[in-house]
Design a protein around this ligand. Sequence first.
Ligand SMILES: [Zn+2]
Length: 334
Amino acid sequence: MNAITSRLALGGAAAIAAVSVAACSTSPSSPSASGDSSKAGGGTSSSSAQGAAEGGSAKAGGAAVQVVAAENFWGSIASQLGGSHVKVTSIIDNPSADPHDYEPTAADARTVAGARLAIVNGIGYDSWAGKLLSANPAQDRTDLEVGKLAGIPANGNPHRWYSPDNVHQVVEQITADYKKIDPADAADFDQLKNTFENTTLAPYTKEIADIRATYAGTPVGASESIFAPLAQGLGLDLVTPESFLDAISEGTDPTAKDKTTIDRQIAEKKIKVYVYNSQNATPDVQAQVKAAKAKGIPVATVTETLTPAGASFQDWQVRQLKGIQAALAKATGK
Ligand SMILES: [Zn+2]
């Protein structure tokens, strides 16, 4: 029902290679995601050299720490923080799969059973992943649940990878977990984290700071709750009714009242920019995009998961941030 097939051709929007899907729906999952680490976006790294001297480490022959991430945005980060010491498999690694209601395969269960570190988002986003962990208990596995780490209530906004603060928190925790699991390589993990935070994420951090410095307080509209943590991180004033943002994210019907409110915000140009999830462009969202463009309100896009599938977390986020910045610049002349 929510398998939206008509992607909008938007002149001002970033070109998105992803096929269109209902990324935030409650419809049955598309069948195409798999646990095949060979196509996990940035999710796989080579194992360390066989036979490397590992001293008293419990690892046999310096084998890489097996890591499973429920979603590839966390998997991309975990892979970069672990370097050659880890092998990361991301379960949701396909832009046409819907993380909200994915159904795990037998291969996913095997991946979880063999993992030393499991990273799940939580907050109701990937309850299938939580079940997978419970069904495959392991004495020596560390489970990292992002929602718990960030202190988000069960009914809170699950899209924590769109919160810059939470991203940094997760980086810290993954590194701490790696050092606990593989203490012999602790110094390397610290080094990898420093590089990731100070070099790899530098364009991401700078883009956020630049947007905040120039456009803080600017009223903007969005199609769904996925944009809310980023709007907060950017200091933007997201004026779309929260109940509408949640409805689109959760695949339920938005109210007529909310739609009227948004139509008025667009007609009266109360929003400077409209940001929508191009993987979840429902007919209501498409209508808002069209109305915004007709009013000369610049439109920018975000996606649910790494787009294209092989992108790194930072390249994906920076590209989206640049799109938002360009829309804000066009709208405000700043
Ligand atoms: Zn979502």
